[in-house]
Design a protein around this ligand. Sequence first.
Ligand code: SAM
Length: 279
Amino acid sequence: MELWFTEMQTPYLKLSFQVKEILAQTKSTCQEIVVLDTEVFGRVLVLDGFIQVTQMDEYIYHEMISHVPLVTHGSPGEVLVIGGGDGGTVREVLKHPEIKKITLVEIDAEVVEVCRRYLPETGSYLDDRRVHIQIEDGLEFLKNNPEQFDVIIVDSTEPVGPAKTLFSREFFRSCWNALKEDGVMVSQTESPFYNRDILERSFQLTRELFPRCGTYFAPVPSYPGGIWSFTIGSGRRNPCKIEAKEKAQSINTRCRYYSPHIHESSFSLFPLYPGKGEG
Ligand code: SAM
């Protein structure tokens, strides 16, 4: 008997793929957590019916959400990751030798445990001594924590359920307040085809606060539409033109997708968004 998983990508569009085995299926206080083993994508983490991470393409998403802001900053010591309980973003941030501390604020402790067990290529990096895991809502953490960060990476789920607040004006302002003067913030901002409203709003919220901002894109075949967007704001340096060239080159040697060329060109990948990579 064949077993298939279907994601409702929009109310009118589905993605289906064959499942070899259901490795885990549990309900936490926040969401339903499922790990599948599949032919096409390898292991897949699904939360509330939405694909989060696949072994086939997670490296592109995680390299791009991490290295574009970290290279833009140039010398990041303290990084805050909001969401990201699978550990993929943490793995990429740890590639930067000057990192002293990564604070990971994940709302769901069970995601962390499931990923440690079933997705070790990302989950095992959560045990690095520089990683401090806080199980809490991202906005609540920012309201109560006085620390200042060099870079904030918002690696969240879709803006439904627990992640809704992470797309609000209050949240963007709280991130801005928690950054040092030359700080950089990036958010995953969904599909440029199917979630244009979310992308446009996140860009506006970023532009209201940060002197420099842009939207960049990367291919992630398992996500709706296959192209994903990231919106970045920077206190000082232009995210669209690399200043820390040596840093970009040295990170390039440790990546499968990110390179200085990809970094700059990812801002102009999408003619639907003219002027978005304005720096
Ligand atoms: N790469 C993924 C994507 O774009 O689909 C995101 C993956 S990561 C697993 C997203 C994480 O954000 C989830 O583990 C979820 O529990 C966490 N999350 C959702 N809302 C949150 C909130 N308000 N505060 C902190 N973490 C949150």
